[in-house]
Design a protein around this ligand. Structure first.
Ligand SMILES: [Zn+2]
Length: 354
């Protein structure tokens, strides 16, 4: 009964809004998230599909918002393709998130900067057994990581020649005009090197933010053009996602990089990989790099929670993922300082992927 009333209200709202917008905004009819269904309980990898179009279309962006914490927006995907999108918008790996209530938010942005928002309520339940089936062991987030995450599997050393344990810090989803230069300045203070997995559209927006990364000898790596999941994208789609970003990096900071250098590492958005992607990445000259330690800084749990998650779980050769874009924030920067201080005292050195 409640659901019917709510549905009627939504319809009424929809009619009112449609009439209000019809003269100027007719093309937006039908926009929204189509799958998962409103109120759906989801687990594992979930394809989010929908429609994002407008006569004045500029781009769309998909986010996940923890219920009651709408300030903790998690960036999922975006597209700035000139053509409107219908179909799959992103693959949401729900295992990155605690069980609970969330909202998916699709923003359809027009060229004048205004946008419409469309919401879907979902419940993430990876650790709750479905009621109708016998109890199952809870999913273990450690087991989920592919074996290729380990530095040793990548042929990377776990210790420096002098025997110091190495930590591989990586930063995703940038560059960001505020956070990236701050992170680089901190790293330099501790004589630390790191790896930055950049998104092409973010680099396109903030090219100057990558400058200090290149100038200070950090490694620049590929995190796709627009943070689309690469799984199921097909050979041309994957090549385009990687090549566009590689070309733009070259164009933006190529003169600052060692002659003949090229991007060697790929971090697939959401850590989503399948055999086709592994094979094609190799053909295109990339090693896939995920991570060992994820302090979930994009959830903004507080700088102390981020830093202790890394410090407590650090081990020689560990790859740490943090964010200078996406959900990264000043919490990430503050936590990084604590991490560098504490682990330096423990004898760690910080290397970029070579
Ligand atoms: Zn990312």
């Amino acid at each position: 009964m409640h659901r019917m009333i709510a549905f009627a209200q939504v319809c009424l709202l929809g009619i009112v809004l449609s009439f209000g917008w019809l003269p100027t905004n007719a093309a937006s009819a039908g926009n929204g998230i189509q799958s998962p269904a409103d109120g759906a309980t989801v687990r594992g990898a979930v394809v989010v599909s929908g429609i994002a179009q407008d006569e004045q279309f500029a781009k769309w962006q998909l986010d996940l918002l923890p219920a009651n914490q709408t300030d903790q927006v998690v960036f999922l995907s975006l597209s700035e393709q000139p053509l409107p999108t219908t179909g799959d918008l992103a693959v949401l790996d729900t295992t990155h998130f605690p069980d609970g209530d969330y909202k998916l938010r699709l923003r359809v942005v027009r060229r004048d900067g205004n946008y419409d928002e469309y919401y879907r309520d979902i419940v993430i339940a990876n650790h709750v057994s479905p009621a109708a089936t016998p109890p199952q062991p809870a999913a273990n987030p450690v087991v989920r990581q592919p074996a290729v995450t380990r530095a040793t599997r990548l042929g990377l050393p776990t210790h420096s020649p002098s025997g110091a344990p190495i930590l591989y810090l990586t930063f995703d989803d940038g560059p960001n005009p505020v956070l990236t230069p701050q992170i680089v300045a901190l790293l330099d203070r501790f004589d630390a090197k790191a790896t930055f997995f950049v998104i092409g559209v973010h680099l396109n927006r903030s090219p100057a933010a990558l400058q200090p990364v290149a100038e200070n000898g950090h490694t620049i790596a590929n995190h796709t053009w627009n943070h689309s999941s690469l799984v199921g994208l097909g050979p041309e789609g994957i090549a385009s996602q990687l090549n566009r970003t590689a070309d733009l990096v070259k164009e933006t900071v190529g003169e600052l990089l060692p002659a003949g250098s090229r991007m060697r590492y790929l971090r697939p958005p959401y850590g989503a990989v399948d055999d086709a992607l592994i094979n094609q990445a190799e053909d295109l000259g990339y090693q896939i790099v995920t991570w060992d330690i994820d302090p979930k800084d994009w959830q903004r749990p507080g700088a102390a929670a981020i830093s202790s998650a890394v410090i407590n779980r650090a081990f020689p050769g560990a790859i740490v993922v943090m964010h200078d874009g996406g959900g990264g924030s000043q919490q990430t920067v503050t936590a990084l300082e604590t991490i560098l201080e504490a682990l330096s005292k423990q004898g760690y050195v910080f290397h970029a992927l070579p």
